[in-house]
Design a protein around this ligand. Structure first.
Ligand code: PBG
Length: 331
């Protein structure tokens, strides 16, 4: 286009559409609603427990009674989905994920209780062995290696047991190769045709998960997760991961962490037409809380700006510890 293109000043002035709030509201390209959020919840054994997580201020581990209360409240403010994680007592951890497939385990009981309390809410569950592992790794360990195919067998049984308990969406976060296919086949074989899979497709080996591991006591006992989670320097590989998960039967793809990985979100959004979830992870939450407590940043404004940016980048849904606070501001 030449100098007479339609972007020519002064015929075009970008500030015109910014001149008043109602007009800005009218032309805004992305915005947030309660429908956008998935709320992660940490569950622990016991009764009447609401235990603050040290590195995640104002976020709690809940026993089942308080969990039910919380889910009722979330449903009341318009939240459509929750993502469940359990803190497994140390004595139940092993290297085989035995507790993960216990039909009377904490996760399985939690799913059933929520199903009975708020049947309409979408229940999503984390599928990975780390909370159940004596090694704090997402898979079965042998000679300091994380076994892939052996892990997939347990993950598919774990997924089936969540589905049998009433989970609507299974969210494998382990990053083993072929786990989506293994889970999908196990579900199909057992008649769970409508149970969805939200796959953590592009999950990076990130230090942004630190506070989460405090919450569940699931810090790796040796080494790191770099042989299964993605290298932080890689971009095109994320598309490869995403495509293979779709081929294996994933219904929703997830990218994680959020803010630092929005290039990946847009790449995948532009390449693949499936619903896309972004997980704004624990350290993203902790950093905002910390900065606000120091008085260095405006908590609510930074929170909303980050969530909005995730949406603008291409997320159809956001897993966020801020969901409840954000919804209060939206409405
Ligand atoms: C478990 C899992 C992790 C997170 C979600 N599922 C931790 C990890 O992979 O080490 C992190 C979420 C967060 O930091 O908020 N596989």
């Amino acid at each position: 286009m030449g100098v007479n293109s339609k972007n020519m000043f002064p015929l075009n002035r970008n500030r015109r559409l910014r001149s008043k709030s109602s007009l800005r509201n009218l032309v805004r390209e992305s915005s947030l609603s309660p429908n956008d959020f998935i709320v992660p919840l940490f569950i622990c054994e016991g009764e009447k427990i609401k235990e603050e997580i040290k590195s995640m201020p104002e976020y709690y581990r809940l026993s089942l009674d308080n969990l039910k209360k919380e889910v009722r409240e979330l449903w009341g403010i318009g939240i459509q989905a929750i993502l469940l994680f359990v803190k497994v007592p140390d004595k139940l951890k092993d290297n085989a994920g035995s507790e993960a497939v216990n039909e009377d385990g904490l996760m399985q009981r939690a799913i059933k209780e929520i199903k009975n309390t708020v049947p309409e809410i979408t229940i999503m569950t984390d599928i990975a062995l780390d909370p159940y592992s004596i090694h704090g790794h997402d898979g079965i360990v042998k000679n300091n290696l994380i076994l892939n195919d052996e892990t997939n067998e347990v993950l598919s049984k774990m997924a089936l047991s969540h589905a049998m308990s009433g989970a609507d969406v299974l969210a494998p976060s382990d990053m083993m190769d072929g786990r989506v296919l293994a889970i999908r086949q196990e579900l199909e074989k057992n008649g769970f045709h409508d149970t969805s899979i939200m796959s953590y497709s592009a999950k990076y080996a990130s230090s942004f998960y630190g506070p989460f591991r405090d919450a569940l006591g699931s810090k790796p006992g040796f080494g790191d997760k770099k042989t299964y989670q993605m290298d932080i320097g890689n971009r095109t590989e994320a598309i490869k991961e995403a495509l293979s998960d779709i081929e294996e039967g994933a219904d929703i793809l997830m990218i994680k962490p959020g803010i630092a990985y929005l290039d990946i979100v847009r790449d995948i959004k532009n390449t693949i037409n499936v619903p896309l979830a972004v997980y704004q992870v624990s350290a993203e939450y902790a950093m905002v809380k910390a900065g606000a407590r120091l008085g260095w940043i405006n908590h609510d404004e930074i929170m909303m700006e980050q969530l909005n940016s995730i949406k603008r980048a291409g997320a159809n849904m956001i897993v966020s510890y801020f969901a409840k606070e954000a919804i209060k501001l939206i409405s």
